[in-house]
Design a protein around this ligand. Structure first.
Ligand code: ATP
Ligand code: MN
Ligand code: MN
Length: 419
């Protein structure tokens, strides 16, 4: 009876966009398990199941304290039978067999390694696995033809799988700012994605670019890209006018979360010099590897030399072997190459006209689940369609003005800050 009385129950709104979720997670064991199962589902093209696990993980992440008893979960939204089973196994037996066996499965490990290559999606990885390719070395030896993105992804595999710090994101931001200001004074850049949400690390750095005068942003991306290229900052870039034309080896119908903005998916070459430019000396954490930093002298001159060098040839054969064996050994974290005075960084650039800027900013701030839930909430609860371009009232023809007022009012319910 006393135990019963001590059980804390939580109250959580059902849409992720209605919750205030801090970076502080009191249930990492549970959310790690559910996130891995979500990832496995997504990599197996079971998107529905993936979303279910993501929703369940998000609910647990929003809780103010650790869950210790299944009774605490009574009445919580988004916890389906499958997720509850996983949670129960962990709470009562200390481990979930499904989580452990998925994590250890050869197929999951191979999917992780192969989709860890920039430019490789779950379908390509699946095809390779069916052909017996499970590791980077097997891929290199297989003679599979790789597109330009995949070649760059394979070449910079370790860098691109090593989390970026906020300091590195800031350094990239300064470069993008210089590029944008040089080609169009008055244009503005805004950090989006995970770093805008305050995440401490990320897999890439995302920026939204606009100009306060509608129309001035036209043609901006190609100028920015040319500037970056001329300065030796780009290892790879692909600019797309329209995402609907993009997905040759992706799904035939683009996912609902795709937008039509001009965008550039790129890989930057970030030198130690650029990274140090933003470092704050009092913060020791930002420079975890002092030996690496001392190698930065003359980094920039090196960065200018290999613009036209084909992929692969920049990396000595022995280093390639080393990196591959490290990966095959199943190491979680790639070791930084201490002798290399730069690192590759994934950067996403998006250009939006100022009239759509608020929607673009909201759409590119993420997280992916938050965006999905916000759109679901708009549709189901408010009869509106939200995209990265606009908000439409599904029930009537409205002026954009009144819809926008609605929109701002709506956002005040979902702990979103824009502008
Ligand atoms: P990470 O640290 O892993 O980069 P993130 O939240 O920044 O985390 P991203 O993959 O960079 O993740 O995506 C950021 C946001 O940009 C997503 O939440 C999504 O809403 C938006 N986004 C990403 N790709 C596209 C796309 N192709 N079309 C439209 N929006 C996209
Ligand atoms: Mn990102
Ligand atoms: Mn991104």
């Amino acid at each position: 009876q006393q135990v019963e009385a001590e059980v804390v129950t939580f109250s959580v709104p059902s849409y992720a966009c209605q919750r205030r979720t801090t970076l502080e997670n009191h249930n990492t064991v549970l959310t790690d398990a559910l996130s891995l199962l979500a990832e496995n589902a997504e990599l197996s093209d079971e998107d529905g199941r993936g979303v279910a696990f993501r929703r369940a993980a998000a609910v647990l992440r929003s809780l103010p304290e650790p869950v210790t008893d299944m009774k605490q979960l009574r009445g919580l939204p988004c916890l389906g039978d499958h997720s509850l089973r996983v949670i129960k196994d962990i709470l009562e037996d200390g481990a979930s067999r499904e989580f452990e066996s998925t994590k250890q499965s050869e197929r999951f490990k191979a999917l992780k390694v192969l989709t860890g290559i920039f430019g490789v999606g779950s379908r390509t990885a699946d095809r390779w696995i069916r052909e017996g390719i499970h590791t980077l070395q097997q891929l290199r030896d297989s003679g599979q033809s790789l597109n330009r993105a995949q070649q760059a992804g394979l070449e910079h595999y370790d860098d691109l799988n090593r989390p970026l710090t906020a300091a590195e994101a800031e350094a990239v931001g300064e470069i993008v700012e210089r590029a944008v200001v040089s080609v169009l004074p008055g244009a503005q850049i805004t950090l989006t994605g995970g770093f805008r949400r305050g995440k401490l690390t990320g897999h890439d750095v995302d920026f939204l670019i606009t100009h306060p005068d509608e129309g001035r942003e036209e043609g901006l991306m190609s100028k920015v890209v040319s500037w970056l290229e001329s300065q030796g900052f780009l290892l790879y870039q692909k600019t797309t006018r329209n995402s609907y034309l993009e997905s040759k080896d992706g799904p035939a119908r683009p996912p609902a979360n795709m937008d039509r903005f001009e965008r550039c998916f790129s890989i930057f070459k970030l030198t130690m010099e650029e990274r140090r430019g933003t470092e704050q000396p009092e913060n020791g954490e930002r420079n975890p590897n002092p030996a690496e930093d001392t190698l930065s002298v003359g980094a920039r001159s090196g960065s200018q030399t290999d613009e036209n060098t084909p992929p692969q040839s920049q990396v000595p054969a022995d280093e390639r072997r080393h990196r591959v064996s490290g990966e095959d050994g199943g190491q979680e974290e790639a070791k930084p190459a201490a002798h290399k005075p730069w690192r590759a960084v994934r950067v996403d650039l998006v250009v939006s006209p100022i009239s759509q800027f608020a929607f673009a900013l909201l759409g590119w701030t993420g997280s992916k689940l938050f965006e999905r839930e916000l759109r679901r909430w708009a549709g189901h609860e408010k009869a509106m369609s939200l995209s990265s371009h606009a908000l439409y009232d599904n029930t009537q023809v409205n002026t954009s003005q009144s819809v926008f007022r609605h929109f701002i009012a709506a956002l005040s319910f979902c702990s979103v800050k824009i502008l």
